[in-house]
Ligand binder design. Structure first.
Ligand code: ZN
Ligand code: FE
Length: 257
């Protein structure tokens, strides 16, 4: 399975999964159809699956047009999003699996950004390979999604699930927000050497207009303030000793940043 990152709208990413053996493709969160159709025609591949993480328009906006072009495509999403994802046929919950190109992904229920948000995790097939995490707007490179329909407790539980995955997991998040996220991260965790190094790298990459997605889960664990609610520095920044309250206050500070 090969993953191609497509840019869409102003700062969204769509991920196209390609099986070169059978020349089949799947997409994660098609914000719009055009970039997907263009890539599929370059590959000459048939679209067989749309994996949606949640119902927001910048994640499902291309569903309808892709369905029209590929009537046999199957559209996956969370069961809690029933009625909110155009064309949804498969209603997933925690513990379910989905399959593409002989690779099996685990479905993780990760509410918080929205009440129906799910993530797809493809574990490494062989030792030494990377895992692939498609986490929508739950975890971002250097940040996390806003809490539109969920509580801090829910989001901490959801992020804990993602944090428990191995370090060598690639994090395919749905927006290019990394530089701004890390600016906030530095404002609350300035003495973190891994964060300083990462910030310099990301700043340089963005100056060259390069994408910063995917990132690695190992790096997220060391530098993302929204995975580090038990760190004394971050608890001090949030003026709390409680993990959930630390998370909630950091999230509030980020909104005002
Ligand atoms: Zn969203
Ligand atoms: Fe989004």
């Amino acid at each position: 399975m090969e993953v191609t990152r497509l840019s869409a709208l102003s700062d969204n990413y769509i991920f196209l999964l390609h099986d070169p053996k059978q020349n089949l493709a799947a997409v994660v969160d098609p914000a719009e159809a055009q970039p997907v159709l263009r890539c599929l025609s370059e590959l000459g591949a048939e679209l067989v699956a749309i994996f949606n993480t949640h119902h927001h328009m910048d994640h499902v906006g291309g569903n309808q047009q892709l369905m029209q072009r590929f009537p046999n495509v199957r559209i996956y999403g969370g069961v809690e999003d029933k009625g909110r994802i155009p064309g949804q046929q498969v209603f997933l919950q925690e513990g379910d699996t989905v399959e593409f190109a002989g690779c099996v992904a685990e479905v993780l229920f990760v509410p918080g950004h929205t009440r129906g948000h799910i993530a797809y995790y493809f574990p490494p097939v062989e030792q030494g390979e990377t895992g692939e995490l498609f986490c929508g707007d739950t975890l971002f490179a250097g940040g996390c999604g806003r809490l539109f329909e969920g509580s801090p407790t829910q989001m901490v539980n959801s992020l804990s699930k993602l944090r428990s995955l191995p370090d060598n997991t690639r994090v395919w998040c749905a927006h290019e927000y990394t530089l701004k996220n890390l600016q906030f991260a530095l404002s609350v965790d300035a003495s973190n050497p891994d964060l300083q190094t990462r910030y310099a790298e990301v700043e340089e990459a963005r100056r060259r207009l390069e994408a910063t997605v995917p990132s690695w889960l190992g790096i997220e664990k060391r530098t993302n303030p929204f995975l580090r609610w038990e760190q004394p520095t971050l608890q001090a920044a949030a003026k709390s000793k409680d993990p959930v309250q630390t998370f909630a206050r950091l999230r509030g500070m980020k909104e005002r940043f």
